[in-house]
Design a protein around this ligand. Structure first.
Ligand code: GAL
Length: 416
């Protein structure tokens, strides 16, 4: 039997023993962390798309960039026997939940729309478990970007940096011009996002060995010490109020010209667009100097929690809607990310979006596409959290660079 939005439907559902907070059969309750201006604008594209198809939306936002707080809430909900219907999730968290055997199955809609053929292989690694589709990828973000205020760059000589030394020169020039060179929010996931890029700038092999293979020699070696030295240098360019700042407030500093640049994934572009800014005119997007040609990615996916036989109609509709190519374009144009399918045109994307799509395809064929450690696509949460701890302690001056490299290797080794 299908319940409805009507009062009678609600009474019926409650009479049948449903918990009041549980979504009705033609609703989805969506747990997510998209609460900034740009994120909310993108979420709205999804909400409206679903509503136009008769799928009601019960919002379960849990603020906190990177989704750590959302994942804590999710654990509590599942433990209480009250899992939301659909959950925004990243990489290895999806695998962890799949291993607990609590996720639904999307094979039916995946087969109808040939997801096997159009979803990039790197994403399928997380969206499928033991051969079955368990989540619908809504985007591909990448983390090795820098967002620069155009006027501040012009005042600093006008050339976007392509190497570490050029980056340092531009940051110095911005400092001399009286603005905060680097807008940053001191939260572990943000520190780790910058760290991802600095590690990648030491070379593809080094990123592979240290972040993916978790090789102890790479984690404790000379190159890692140099990574931490560079992190310490970057720390010298942030303002004194950086601690705890939300990422979108750091974006706002660049948008308003109070700061020169932000090193952040392309969800930051959503904030610039929401503020009415245009790439090339008001802001400039570049790959983190030294990482041109390489991409560290993360993909937001919507994972469906098992609802029991016959109760997954709304979930299947939501999954099909997410993978619709027209929706993938409309959503990602607003979000700052690129489509999670290979057959979507870049026609509606701005220059940064077009570059993002091109870079992703090129990195994929060149073997220089890597899962982001900071955003759960390089290693499971336990290891990611160990990286967060060391990177943040070092960024805050509690560990020297050599100590940090050693601590990184030791804490990861202890978890393996
Ligand atoms: C990432 C997520 C993005 C964006 C960002 C900041 O982990 O993939 O979609 O929301 O966090 O909240």
């Amino acid at each position: 039997m299908k319940t409805s939005h009507t009062a009678a439907g609600l009474v019926l559902a409650l009479g049948m023993g449903a918990v009041a907070t549980t979504a009705l059969a033609d609703d989805v309750e969506v747990l997510h962390w998209w609460t900034s201006g740009g994120e909310a604008a993108a979420l709205d594209v999804l909400k409206q798309d679903l509503e136009s198809q008769g799928v009601g939306w019960q919002d379960m936002p849990v603020a906190g960039g990177g989704g750590e707080a959302a994942m804590t809430t999710l654990r509590a909900r599942v433990t209480a026997g009250n899992a939301p219907t659909a959950v925004q999730m990243l990489g290895f968290d999806i695998t962890d939940w799949a291993n607990e055997g609590v996720l639904g199955n999307l094979d039916e809609v995946a087969a109808a729309d040939n997801w096997d053929d159009v979803v990039p292989t790197a994403l399928q690694g997380f969206a499928k478990h033991e051969g079955h589709w368990i989540s619908a990828p809504v985007n591909v973000h990448s983390t090795n970007w820098v967002w620069i205020n155009k006027s501040a760059l012009d005042a600093a000589g006008g050339n976007a940096p392509t190497t570490w030394d050029e980056l340092v020169s531009v940051l110095d020039a911005m400092k001399a011009n009286g603005i905060t060179p680097l807008a940053h929010g001191g939260q572990p996931w943000q520190d780790a996002t910058v760290f991802d890029a600095v590690v990648l700038s030491m070379g593809n092999d080094f990123y592979q060995k240290s972040m993916i293979d978790l090789d102890p020699d790479a984690l404790a070696g000379e190159q890692m010490i140099e990574v931490f030295n560079r992190m310490a240098m970057l720390r010298g360019y942030v303002d004194e109020n950086f601690s705890g700042r939300d990422w979108n407030l750091a974006s706002a500093m660049v948008i308003e010209g109070k700061a020169g640049m932000q090193m952040m994934g392309d969800w930051a572009k959503g904030e610039f667009l929401k503020a009415g800014q245009k790439p090339g005119e008001d802001f400039v997007c570049i790959r983190f100097p030294g990482t041109q040609g390489s991409v560290t990615f993360n993909s937001d996916q919507f994972v469906m929690f098992g609802q029991g036989e016959g109760n997954n109609e709304a979930q299947l509709k939501m999954a099909a809607a997410i993978m619709n190519p027209v929706f993938q374009s409309a959503f990602n144009v607003v979000k700052g990310s690129v489509p999670a399918r290979t057959d979507v045109s870049d026609a509606d994307f701005d220059d940064c979006g077009k570059k993002g799509m091109k870079d992703l395809a090129a990195a994929n064929s060149a073997g220089s596409l890597f899962g982001s450690m900071a955003h759960g696509h390089a290693a499971p949460a336990a290891i990611k959290n160990a990286v967060y701890d060391v990177v943040t302690q070092h960024f805050n001056g509690e560990l020297g660079s050599e100590e940090a490299a050693e601590e990184l290797a030791n804490s990861i080794e202890a978890l393996r």
